[in-house]
Design a protein around this ligand. Structure first.
Ligand code: ARG
Length: 574
C-alpha cells in the first residue's frame, strides 16, 4: 500500500532541510510542524539555530529557503520561519489517485502485519443492568478493533462476560419470588428480577444469605445450580448478541469470567511461588510492598470464594498462551484504573515478560443518559430510543420534502445508532461528557447524522453527475475551497495512525467533521456562482466537471471508510 501522501511530502521537506543544514534528519524532524493554513502546510522555525550560526533567525530562514528545493513544494522564508506549501500539482492528482486505488481501505495500512492484539471490550455483566461504562466500552472497543484490523493487525476481540458471581444467586432466588415462568427466556425480565432481588437483599439479610448460598452451590459444582446458571447466561447472551448484531459488532471470543473458575488454585499457587501471598484480615492477598494507602490485591475471600483480580490474572495468562499477543488492551472505565495497575504489577512481578504489553485503555463517564422510560438498564433501550427519535425526524423531513428514502425505518435505525455512537466517539475518551438526545441527533452540528448526511449528499451528486469519472485532470481543481478539501481528504491516513497510537478514535471522528465542513463550504459555492457548481453545465466545462466529480467521489470514499472505522453506517440516500 502506498505511504500517506502528506507524510511523504513532509519527510521530503525534512530531508531537504537536514541536507541544507548538514544535520541528521532525526534532529530536524521534531522541529517541523504543521503550518497555519495561511502560511502553507509545514513550517520550520530557525530560532534554535541562531546561536550556533551567529546569525539572526530571519537571515537564516532566507538562506535556508533559497537552498532547500523539494519537488511539489514551494519553500519560502517568512520572518524567522521556513514555510513549505504543497503545490496544487502533483499533490491533488496523487491524493485522488490514492483514494481511488485504495477504495474502502483508504485510511488503513499494513503496518501491523504479523502482529496480534487482544482487545477486551464491552464485557457486560450478565443478568445485571448495564451501566454507562458498558456503552462506552462497546463503542470505543469496536472502533479500536476496527482501527487495528484496518492496519493489518490480527485482532482477537474478547467479550469477557461478567458471568460468574452472586448476581446469579440473586436472580435464582429472586425468580422464585418475582419471576414469571413464561418470561424465563427474556433478558429484560431477568434484569427486572435481579433489580428487585438486589434491593430486597439489601434490606433482608436472610434473603441475601439465600443468594450467597446459591452462588456457593455454583462454585461447588452443583449440577442443578449450574443448570439454572447456564440457562440465565444463555438468555442474557442471546439478548446481548442482538444488540451487537444491530451495531455490526463481532467478537472473536466470548470468554467470560466463568471460564477461569477451574484455574483459580493454579494461579494462586503460581503467585505464591513467584511473588508470595499472605493472610490479611482472614483473606488471602498478594504479598507485595503496599503503595500509599492502596488496598492489597485480594486473591481469595475469607469464605474461600475467589475474586475479580484472581480471574483477571488467570485470563491474562490464558490470552497470552492462546494468542501470543504483541499488545493486550482492556477497554474499561477509569474507575477500574487501580485494579488494572495492580493486576499488571502482579503479572510483572510474577516474571512474565509479556506483562509490559498490557494496556488499560481507560475512559471517563457519561452524564445524564436516560431514556423516556427512565434510567437506562439495557443497551437495547438506548438503541430503540435512538431509532424512535430518529424516525420522528426522518418522518418530519420526508413530509417537508427535505429527505428521500425508500425505507424510513431502516434509515432511522442507521441515523439513530450513528448519532449515539458518534456522540460518544467524538469526545476524547478520558473526558467525561454530558449526553443530550437533541444534540447528538442534530443534522447540522458536530454529529453522526451530519456526517451521514454529507456522505449521502456526495452520493447524490455522483448519481446526478452520472457516477465517478474514470479519468480526470486534477490540475483543474484550482479553487481555494477545492485545495482545502483535498488537504482534509489527504489527512485521513495520518489521523488513523494517530488514533491507533493513542487508542483514540476521536482523532478520526474529528477529521471526518473537518472533511464534511470543507465539503459543504465547497459545494455550496455554486449557490452564488454557476461556474463554481460541482455539476457545472455545458460541453466547454466537461473536464472541470469530471475533475470535480472525482473530488466528490474521494470525499464520499473518505467519509464512508472513516465512518466504517468508527462502526457507523453510511446510508447512500437520505
Ligand atoms: N464486567 C466488568 C464490569 O462490568 C468489566 C470487565 C473488564 N475486563 C476485565 N478483564 N476485567 O465492570
Amino acid at each position: 500500500m502506498d505511504a500517506p501522501i502528506l507524510d511523504t511530502y513532509r519527510a521530503a521537506f525534512v530531508a531537504a532541510l537536514a541536507q541544507s543544514l548538514s544535520l541528521p534528519v532525526t534532529e530536524v524532524d521534531p522541529q517541523v510542524k504543521p503550518a497555519e493554513p495561511a502560511h502553507g502546510d509545514f513550517t520550520f522555525p530557525t530560532f534554535p539555530l541562531a546561536r550556533a550560526q551567529k546569525k539572526a533567525p530571519p537571515a537564516i530562514a532566507q538562506g535556508l529557503a533559497a537552498q532547500t528545493k523539494v519537488e511539489g513544494l514551494q519553500v519560502v522564508a517568512a520572518g524567522p520561519y521556513v514555510n513549505a506549501r504543497l503545490l496544487p500539482q502533483p499533490f491533488t492528482g496523487q491524493v485522488l489517485a490514492q483514494v481511488r486505488a485504495q477504495g474502502p481501505r483508504y485510511g488503513g495500512s499494513d503496518a501491523g502485519r504479523g502482529r496480534a492484539v487482544a482487545i477486551d471490550y464491552s464485557s457486560p455483566n450478565i443478568a445485571k443492568p448495564i451501566g454507562f461504562h458498558h456503552i462506552r466500552t462497546t463503542f470505543l472497543g469496536h472502533a479500536i478493533a476496527n482501527l487495528y484490523r484496518a492496519n493489518g493487525w490480527r485482532v482477537e476481540g474478547i467479550n469477557y462476560l461478567g458471568d460468574w458471581g452472586k448476581q446469579f444467586g440473586l436472580v435464582a432466588v429472586g425468580f422464585q419470588e418475582y419471576g414469571d415462568p413464561g418470561r424465563r427466556k427474556e433478558m429484560g425480565h431477568l434484569v427486572e428480577v435481579y433489580v428487585r432481588a438486589n434491593k430486597r437483599a439489601g434490606e433482608e439479610p436472610a434473603f441475601d444469605a439465600r443468594a450467597r448460598d446459591f452462588f456457593r452451590q455454583m462454585e461447588a459444582g452443583d449440577p442443578q445450580a449450574l443448570g439454572l446458571w447456564r440457562e440465565f447466561r444463555d438468555t442474557s447472551l442471546d439478548g446481548f448478541k442482538k444488540v451487537y448484531e444491530r451495531l455490526g459488532i463481532h467478537f472473536e471470543h466470548y470468554d467470560g469470567e466463568s471460564l477461569y473458575q477451574e484455574q483459580m488454585d493454579a494461579v494462586i499457587d503460581e503467585v505464591s511461588r513467584t511473588v508470595g501471598v499472605k493472610v490479611s484480615d482472614g483473606a488471602l492477598v498478594v504479598d507485595m510492598p503496599p503503595k500509599d494507602n492502596e488496598p492489597p490485591v485480594l486473591l481469595k475471600k475469607s469464605d474461600g470464594s475467589t475474586l475479580y483480580a484472581t480471574r483477571d490474572l488467570a485470563a491474562a495468562k490464558d490470552r497470552y498462551e492462546r494468542f501470543h499477543f504483541d499488545l493486550s488492551l482492556y477497554v474499561v472505565a477509569q474507575d477500574q484504573a487501580l485494579h488494572f495497575r495492580q493486576v499488571f504489577e502482579v503479572l510483572e512481578r510474577m516474571g512474565l515478560p509479556w506483562a509490559k504489553r498490557l494496556v488499560h485503555v481507560n475512559f471517563g463517564r457519561i452524564h445524564g443518559m436516560s431514556t423516556r422510560k427512565g434510567q437506562v438498564v439495557m443497551l437495547t433501550d438506548v438503541l430503540d430510543e435512538a431509532r424512535a427519535r430518529a424516525l420522528e425526524k426522518v418522518q418530519a423531513n420526508l413530509a417537508a420534502g427535505k429527505m428521500e428514502t425508500a425505507d424510513p425505518e431502516k434509515l432511522a435505525e442507521q441515523i439513530g445508532l450513528g448519532a449515539i455512537v458518534f456522540g460518544d466517539l467524538k469526545n476524547r475518551r478520558t473526558t467525561d461528557y454530558t449526553f443530550d438526545w437533541d444534540e447528538v441527533l442534530e443534522f447540522d452540528g458536530h454529529t453522526g447524522p451530519y456526517l451521514q448526511y454529507a456522505h449521502a449528499r456526495a452520493c447524490n451528486i455522483l448519481r446526478k453527475g452520472g457516477g465517478a469519472p474514470s479519468g480526470w485532470d486534477a490540475g483543474l481543481l484550482v479553487l481555494p475551497e477545492e485545495q482545502a478539501l483535498v488537504r482534509e481528504v489527504a489527512r485521513l491516513p495520518g489521523a488513523v495512525q494517530a488514533a491507533l497510537a493513542e487508542n483514540e478514535p476521536s482523532v478520526v471522528a474529528r477529521l471526518l467533521l473537518d472533511v464534511a465542513a470543507a465539503f459543504s463550504r465547497w459545494y455550496t459555492l455554486g449557490n452564488q456562482d454557476r461556474d463554481k457548481r460541482v455539476l457545472v453545465e455545458g460541453e466547454a466545462h466537461a473536464d472541470v466537471r469530471a475533475a470535480r466529480l472525482a473530488l466528490v467521489d474521494a470525499v464520499r470514499n473518505t467519509l464512508s471508510s472513516g465512518l466504517a472505522l468508527l462502526g457507523i453506517s453510511a446510508p447512500e440516500n437520505m
